[in-house]
Write a protein that binds this ligand. Sequence first.
Ligand SMILES: Nc1nc2c(ncn2[C@@H]2O[C@H](COP(=O)(O)OP(=O)(O)O)[C@@H](O)[C@H]2O)c(=O)[nH]1
Ligand SMILES: [Mg+2]
Length: 455
Amino acid sequence: MFENLSNRLQAVFSNLKKTGSIDEAALNVAMRDIRRALLEADVSLEVVKSFISEVKEKAIGQEIIQSISPSQMIVKIVNDELVNILGKDQSPINIEAKKPSSFMLVGLQGSGKTTSIAKLANYISNKFNKTILLVSLDVNRPAAFEQLQTLANSIDIEILPKKENQTAIDIAKRAITYAKNENIDLVLFDTAGRTSIDPSLMTELSDLEKIINPSETLLTLDSMTGQDAVNVAKNFSEKISLTGSILTRVDADMRGGAALSLKIVTGCPIKFIGNGEKINDLEIFHPDRIANRILDMGDVVSLVEKAAENIDQQEAEKMAERLQQGQFDLNDLLSQINQMKKMGGISSMLKLIPGMKNMGNNNSNVSDDAIKKQEAIILSMTALERRKPKMINSSRKQRIAKGSGTVVSEVNRILKQHRKMADMMKKISKKGMSGIQDLGLPQDLSQIPPELFKK
Ligand SMILES: Nc1nc2c(ncn2[C@@H]2O[C@H](COP(=O)(O)OP(=O)(O)O)[C@@H](O)[C@H]2O)c(=O)[nH]1
Ligand SMILES: [Mg+2]
């Protein structure tokens, strides 16, 4: 999978590298080539558009990091955006504690349901040591049961025996009762498919969903069908509550467009990929590893990550120096908020100030909403206001509140917080640590701006 895309993207980067410095024209050429490469990989147009605009925006707004070349920076941006559209984090499967827990596999005929059920059963029984029951609910297709039975035997996993003239609903009920009696951990239901999206199939599946109450409803999709797979996924996700998908036949798919489009178009994460016909040909879907496979530039990506960490460190040290000198204006508060976001809490920052190493506590949880608000408030101030907060009178406060979508009391709160922190910094810089006691403030410095630490 992804061979062509991979080659195309690498060509784009080697061209960029030759260009040396990257101006807007060079960036536009690169973006045009990336767009073409994605479209040729059969990535959905919607996804291509958002991909390009994200990458472009980030490339333009990017702070310059010395020691990193612009083309390396763009590799990193493209990498991050690939991870992003692939779904960011790996989505684990949800095997509930209750017994039995159930998974339902759905999808069109021939998409790989039965094969994937067996692969999944094999994976889960090996990895989680669970007792598993396989159930075939496909009563339409001749030999559907036998196909699953052969697979079940080959991996030594139990299958619910066949009973003539039962409907899918009857079988599902029988399976649940059986699993309860036999103390089975997990029941995997293989459902019937159709050659195309069909209302009667959807009705059957949603009836089954009610009876089975699955903790995972996984849609199998043939990745070779590209954008058709994405449309199928869209259709299914409108009718039943999917928890994820299994993309099959990626071993035969040269383009990879479905993988790159699915998450954004359907909102549903890819959980596994099937990369062959054999029982072990199932892979957990890791967006970062797949992105790495596509770009094949892992060394550049980690180089840029390291350099960015260094920059954060340098910024934090600069700030610590200012704090020590008792300078602390709203710009400092703003960059402190930013640092906190990156570094995970004020405690990690205070560690950089001599004598404060032990002041940090566990309060490193930063509420995103509170932080966003505080940021918005400070950003709505003029440069002068940020340097001289004292000049912020009530009409200015009103303007700032309006500009940041907050209310005056919230502006007041952050000004008060800033004053407290600035006072404290001044005391500390004059008197060292004993200054803290003088202020009657809690020893625990990280409690100073409480809004920042609400969970
Ligand atoms: N190459 C390859 N073939 C697969 C994969 N998954 C399923 N198949 C094949 O696709 C065909 C249909 O699969 P099946 O599980 O019967 O589909 P179902 O109708 O959805 O149950 C079978 O021949 C499988 O061997 C895969 O990941 N890679
Ligand atoms: Mg089948």
